[in-house]
Design a protein around this ligand. Sequence first.
Ligand SMILES: [Fe+2]
Ligand SMILES: [Fe+2]
Length: 310
Amino acid sequence: MSSPAFASALLRNCASCTVSRCRAITKSPHTLGTFYTKIFVYQKYTEKEIRNITVAHREAKCLSDKIALGLVRLLRWCTDFVTGYRNPERNKEIADKFDMTERKWLIRFIFLESVAGVPGMVGGMLRHLKSIRRMKRDHGWIESLIDEAYNERMHLLTFLDLADPGIVMRLVVLAAQGVFFNAFFVFYLVSPKTCHRFVGYLEEEAVITYTHAIRQLQAGKLPAWDNLSAPEIAIKYWRMPEGKQRMVDLLLYVRADEAKHREVNHTLGNLDQHEDPNPYTALYHDGNNAGPSASPDAGKPIGWERDELI
Ligand SMILES: [Fe+2]
Ligand SMILES: [Fe+2]
């Protein structure tokens, strides 16, 4: 089966065919209604911040970086095959064959987000266990990592509100999670630094993917999404303002999140994994907090170097 044909068998329904039916998926079956946690309150981004996100690449400087980048390229190839995707910038001669539709974008988003939710949870879990085991403080890393995993799961739940994955896709996600969770778990025990760099490179790819989708939508190539409102779960989570609750706004928010994960993980990958505090949660003793902030456009798309922070 060719890659596009395989990809087309992955969804039963999507937002471009039967939106109302798809949207029943994330509706809570409980009488209390839909659950929204107050623990992970979303840091609100401004319109300017979410529009200012740019594609960026951190040069691989050492062997650990090169291993991380190589693994991301391998993973990207597998994901491109499964989701029937080719980056038009890198595949100009066959770009038409791989023209993306709303349905194909949803397949890609759902697959990507189901994988993206794994690293933060594994890293947070292992640091949590290490803190308990060694009876030492963690210095603020766990919160950031678990928050990232939660944020990625919100991306997934949002796109699940627009599509109905079929049995093939569920099996692919199951297999991918089984392999990726265990591989990342072992790698994180061996070299957490390489793992954060790996996630930084993965997020570089996520920003490229969402930028491509936003451009297509703005160019009128995804007509079913032109006036489609973002799912309710997304409007509440991102606290999307009135008049800015369409699909294009949703993709801008998701891309901003990915850009933030890119910066955070590249920064964490530059730090001493055992001793350094997490600069995203720490407050400096001298009150000088000119370093990392929660803004998605902190002017450091490829992360902060250690000597700028510590
Ligand atoms: Fe994501
Ligand atoms: Fe991400």
